[in-house]
Ligand binder design. Structure first.
Ligand SMILES: Cc1cc2nc3c(=O)[nH]c(=O)nc-3n(C[C@H](O)[C@H](O)[C@H](O)COP(=O)(O)O)c2cc1C
Length: 317
C-alpha cells in the first residue's frame, strides 16, 4: 500500500511538508495545495516558492493544478516539468463556492462536454503524466458512472477519488457504495480518499476494497502526524516527537515570515487539528489560541506539553 499526504490549501505548504517528512518519513508522497494559473502567469510567486526544488529537497512531491483552461494547465505543467517534476495532478474536487461557480474544481465535473474538450487537449499535449483528484460528482454519487465513461479514453496516471459529492463538502459519511462502483470498474490505478482518522478506519477500507493500492489521508494525518507509521505497525507519536515536529514548523515560519502575527496565525490554525492529541485540555489549549505574541505562545505550548496527557490514538471512529 502507498500512502499519500492530501493537499490542504493554506496548511500543507513547504514548511509544513519539510517538517513532516523529516519527523515522520513513512508517507510515500505529498501533493501541493492547488496552483491556480491565469492568463498572465502560470503561477504566483508564492505558488512558485512552494514548488521550487530547493524548498522541497528529497521530498516525493506531486504539484496540483486547479483550472478549467487547457492552455493555462499546459503552461503551468511545462514550468513544472522544466523544474524536474515527473507528474502533475488536476484538481477536480474543490467544493468551495468561489471555485465551483467559475466551473473549476468539483464545478468542472458538472460541465462534462467542456471537461472532455479540456482532457482531449491536455492528454494530447502534456509533456508529463497527469493524474486526477476528483469527487464522485457534483450532486449525485451515481454521477460516478458517467465519470468512469468520461475518463476511460485517457491515459490517466492515477485517479484519486474522494468518496463524497461536491454538495457534501467535508460532511457526512463517505459514500462507499458509490466508491465501490469506481473500485470495480476503474481502468486506472485508483486511490481511496476520505475520513481515514484511525488504524481501524484504514483497515475497514482495505477490507471493503481489497484491490486498492494507495490511500490519501488529510485531516486524520494532520491530527495525528504518526498515523501512517501506526497503520504500518509502528509506534504512536510521542510528546518529544510532537514537540520536535512543532518546533520545526514554527521555526520554518519564523524564517520566512515577518512579524509574530503571521507566524502566530499559521501556528494557531494547526491547533484546530492538534487539539485532538490532548484529552481534557481545553483550558490550556485556549491559552495557546489566545496568545498575543510568540513568547506567550511558546510559554503556553511548553506548559501544555509538560503537564498534559498525550492521547496518541486520536478520534476513534
Ligand atoms: C483546509 C483544507 C484544504 C484543502 N485543500 C485542498 C487542495 O488544495 N487541493 C485538493 O485537492 N484538496 C484539498 N482539500 C481536500 C483534501 O485534500 C482531502 O481530499 C479531504 O480533506 C478529504 O480527505 P480526509 O478525509 O482524509 O481529510 C482540502 C481540505 C481541507 C480540509
Amino acid at each position: 500500500m502507498k500512502f499519500y499526504f492530501a493537499p490542504m490549501e493554506g496548511i500543507t505548504g513547504y514548511v509544513f511538508r519539510n517538517a513532516h517528512h523529516a519527523c515522520f518519513p513513512s508517507v510515500d508522497r505529498y501533493y501541493t495545495p492547488f496552483i491556480s494559473p491565469n492568463q498572465n502567469r502560470p503561477m504566483s510567486p508564492k505558488e512558485k516558492r512552494d514548488v521550487l526544488p530547493e524548498n522541497n529537497r528529497n521530498i516525493p512531491l506531486i504539484p496540483q493544478i486547479l483550472t478549467n483552461n487547457a492552455a493555462q494547465f499546459l503552461q503551468a505543467t511545462k514550468v513544472l516539468s522544466d523544474m524536474g517534476y515527473e507528474e502533475v495532478n488536476l484538481n477536480l474536487g474543490c467544493p468551495s463556492a468561489t471555485v465551483v461557480t467559475k466551473g473549476k474544481g468539483a464545478g468542472f465535473l458538472g460541465e462534462k462536454e467542456k471537461l472532455r474538450a479540456f482532457l482531449d487537449e491536455v492528454y494530447e499535449q502534456t509533456p508529463i503524466p497527469v493524474s486526477l483528484k476528483t469527487r464522485l460528482g457534483m450532486r449525485d454519487p451515481m454521477e460516478i458512472v458517467e465519470l468512469l465513461e468520461l475518463f476511460h479514453p485517457y491515459p490517466v496516471k492515477e485517479w484519486i477519488l474522494h468518496a463524497r459529492i461536491r454538495e457534501d463538502y467535508y460532511k457526512y459519511e463517505p459514500r462507499l457504495d458509490a466508491f465501490e462502483v469506481a473500485a470495480k470498474k476503474s481502468p486506472f490505478p485508483l486511490c481511496y480518499n476520505g475520513d481515514i482518522f484511525s488504524v481501524a478506519d484504514y483497515e475497514r477500507i482495505c477490507q471493503r476494497f481489497p484491490r486498492i493500492q494507495s490511500v490519501m489521508l488529510g485531516r486524520g494525518l494532520m491530527a495525528n502526524p504518526a498515523l501512517v507509521r501506526q497503520i504500518q505497525g509502528g509506534s504512536p507519536c510521542t510528546k518529544e516527537e510532537f514537540l520536535s515536529f512543532h518546533n520545526r514548523i514554527c521555526h520554518g515560519y519564523e524564517e520566512i515570515m515577518s512579524g509574530d502575527r503571521n507566524v502566530l496565525f499559521k501556528m494557531k490554525e494547526l491547533w484546530a487539528y492538534w487539539e485532538n492529541l490532548f484529552t481534557g485540555e481545553e483550558k490550556r489549549i485556549k491559552k495557546i489560541r489566545k496568545a498575543n505574541s510568540l513568547a506567550e505562545y511558546d510559554a503556553a505550548v511548553s506548559i501544555l506539553l509538560e503537564q498534559a496527557d498525550f492521547a496518541s490514538d486520536i478520534k476513534k471512529s
